[in-house]
Design a protein around this ligand. Sequence first.
Ligand SMILES: [Zn+2]
Length: 202
Amino acid sequence: MEKTRGIIVVDAGHGEKGNPHTTREGFYEGTQNYKLSLYLRDELVARGFEVKLTREEVTDDPELMWRGGIAGEIGAVMFISLHSNAPATNIPPEEYIATRGVETYYSVKDLEGNAPIAKALNDAVIGVMNTADRGIKIRRSNENPDEDFYRVIRSAANSGCVRAFLVEHGFHTNPEDSAMLQSDEYLAKIAKAEAEVIDKFF
Ligand SMILES: [Zn+2]
């Protein structure tokens, strides 16, 4: 078998009809994430990485603990979950639409090692989407502060893959952000920018 630079697990969040956009016809977060995951796979393979998609088909919707857990199981060097965001539903309607920007979560299992990668990923996506910087973040589990809150990050890190990230590629509730997420041209540019970051760190 050909030697690769390591396995990257690319997790397109949700399932095919996950998180429809209420104002943009035909927008489903789960479908757009899936399209992005295919572009990212191609960019990473072109750079010598092996890629494991958690969703081989757009209709796949595996459970969250499996998505992360597979990373450790197959000895992946990195786990990246692809999402877009929506504000809390209790904020005023005008703010709901106006809220935009990119944020990236990383695992608490290696704060020092993960933060620079999260920052570079976040900056790369902002560079393409020309949107607000909501920063890099961690979120600790309420029950166990040594563990991650988000199940995909937690299960990846606990399976042995501590380079675990979740990128919120803008807000699908915002017209400017979601227009880019619905554009193949922009999805391809985002994937390329993210692959360049991964290429640099791994
Ligand atoms: Zn999501």
